[in-house]
Design a protein around this ligand. Structure first.
Ligand SMILES: *[C@@H]1O[C@H](CO)[C@@H](O)[C@H](O)[C@H]1NC(C)=O
Ligand SMILES: CC(=O)N[C@H]1CO[C@H](CO)[C@@H](O)[C@@H]1O
Length: 495
């Protein structure tokens, strides 16, 4: 039986095309091809400079076809076209170029032990790595994953989301055109419970990188535990706070707070859905924030039309999920200050929504909604807001607004989150590590830190004749006793 996955345009709810869905057997074929390529024409067989050149070539080809990629992304995900082009596709190109630059700069260390011994490390690729990417930023997350994996010499078996596979499939053409040896990148479309599961369990895949829900992340980790103990990195959910102090630049803070939650229709793992406002500016904030939400509501519609600022949710399932959170907020007694309804009668549009009068235990304050739904909460003191912001099982991002530099940094440091934005929100950068504390993930993407997650360190120790044993001087691969937080400080960027 040939399984087929329908690709639906979320702005209309109509089928765009159907793509065959792969099976576990297809994953086997892909892994065999990847293994063969790793042994014969990639990995340590291919100089880093050549790998870098190919990544640059791929980036150039995407740039040449940027209008097509942006259109596919908007059609598939419902993103506003101009943003698909400038942000999603534009930043993917930059990420690939960034990692192209790393390809010939991956180095080990020599380690001093004693005069009679030499020890050094080699940073070797794992071999075949599995990558499972989400539907909210298909090209973005693809570039975050294949960039460091290919730069370090791994070969890849990648599963796009079955609901948004178009750009990944088009990219497969360009990978051939760029001249990558066959088998270096294998893209297998399909469902999580078949293709995703097969990747997570595959005995010949040495590492898997997953971005998606915490629920599925647990399954990936469990599959590794029950099979070959492959290395797992996870980038999972979040319930990020935005915290705005009385002494913030209110005009800017409101705009960033709106960007922090409504960007990509709230479908971002760092979406800052809990907005804490210090009491002195609460009313002023709410008035301005309401204006922005209403404006976005009035600029909701066809992602391809000039002037559209807010598109649909990605699918019927996501639409239903977000609407059910809105209902639960109403039932639990929160006030819908703005929005709270479907927009229009076709497609999966939801009005930008603001809840007030929320309580910490409400579902809309505790759980990830993944939609354009903000809960606004009043606070008095710094201590109180740190405690409240931290009381979640997630720890992906946080945004802090204050013109008092020491306070802003102190709070950003105190919060349990892998990324902190000071006087800005939701602006990832290719060279700054990204990832989660607590149940938001394991490992880091982007920057040099991502390079680290695609190499395993082997220690070579030469013992002299007078010493029988070589001491392991560097801890083994992937041992980490620190959590890495990327802090982004706004020194003058305006929205
Ligand atoms: C900044 O905050 C600290 C307290 O955290 C305070 O002592 C200091 O006076 C503040 N600076 C300004 C310029 O308000
Ligand atoms: C730095 C800080 O205040 N951390 C707190 C964050 O919130 C948790 C509760 O979820 C506290 O245990 C931490 O002390």
């Amino acid at each position: 039986m040939l399984l087929v996955a329908s690709v639906i345009n979320p702005a209309t709810g109509k089928v765009v095309t159907s793509i065959s869905a792969g099976s576990a057997k297809d994953v086997d074929i892909a892994v065999d091809a990847a293994k063969k390529a790793y042994k014969t024409s990639w990995g340590l067989k291919c100089p880093g400079s050549v790998r870098g050149r190919l990544l640059n070539k791929l980036a150039d080809l995407i740039e040449k076809n940027i209008d097509e990629f942006a259109a596919l992304e908007s059609l598939d995900v419902g993103k506003v076209y101009e943003r698909s082009k400038a942000q999603d596709i534009g930043s993917s190109i930059e990420v690939l170029r960034y990692y192209a630059g790393w390809a010939d700069k991956v180095q080990g260390k020599t380690i001093e032990t004693n005069e009679l011994k030499l020890a050094y490390t080699r940073h070797e690729p794992y071999g075949v790595v599995g990558q499972i990417i989400p539907w909210n930023f298909p090209m973005g997350m693809l570039s975050w994953k294949i960039g460091p994996a290919l730069a370090t010499g791994n070969t890849v078996v990648l599963k796009p989301s079955e609901i948004t596979p178009l750009t990944a499939l088009r990219l497969a053409d360009l990978i051939n055109e760029a001249g990558f040896p066959p088998g270096v990148v294998n893209i297998v479309n399909g469902y999580g419970h078949t293709v995703g599961q097969a990747i997570a369990e595959h005995p010949l895949i040495e590492k898997v990188a997953f971005t998606g829900s915490t629920l599925t992340g647990r399954k990936v980790l469990k599959a590794s535990a029950e099979t070959n103990l492959k290395v797992v990195t996870l980038e999972l959910g979040g319930k990020s706070p935005t915290i705005i102090f009385d002494d913030a630049d209110l005009e800017q803070a409101v705009k960033w707070a709106a960007h922090g939650i409504f960007f990509n229709m709230g479908q971002a793992c760092t979406a800052a859905s809990r907005i804490f406002i210090q009491e002195g500016i609460y009313d002023a904030f709410l008035a301005k924030f309401t204006e922005i939400a209403k404006f976005l509501g009035s600029a909701t519609g066809d992602p391809f039309l000039t002037g559209t600022q807010h598109g649909p949710q990605v699918s019927q399932t996501q639409f239903d999920r977000v609407m059910s959170y809105i209902s639960s907020g109403k039932e639990e007694g929160a006030t819908v200050h703005v929005g709270g309804e479907r927009h229009g009668d076709e497609g999966y549009f939801i009005q930008p929504t603001i809840f007030t009068n929320v309580k910490p235990e409400m579902k809309i304050v505790q759980e990830e909604i993944f939609g354009p739904v903000a809960a606004v909460i009043k606070f008095k003191t710094e201590e109180e807001v740190i405690e409240a912001a931290n009381s979640t099982t997630y720890g992906l991002g946080c945004n802090v607004f204050s013109e008092n530099g020491s306070r802003a940094l102190r709070v950003a440091h105190a919060l349990e989150a892998g990324s902190a934005w000071v006087n800005c929100a939701q602006v990832a950068d290719k060279s700054v590590p990204f990832g989660g504390y607590k149940q938001s993930g394991i490992g880091r993407e982007l920057g040099e830190y991502a390079i680290d997650t695609y190499v395993s360190r082997s220690l070579v120790s030469f013992a002299s004749l007078t010493q029988d044993y070589a001491d392991a001087d560097e801890s083994g691969s992937n041992c980490r006793y620190t959590q890495v937080k990327g802090v982004h400080v706004n020194l003058g960027m305006k929205l």
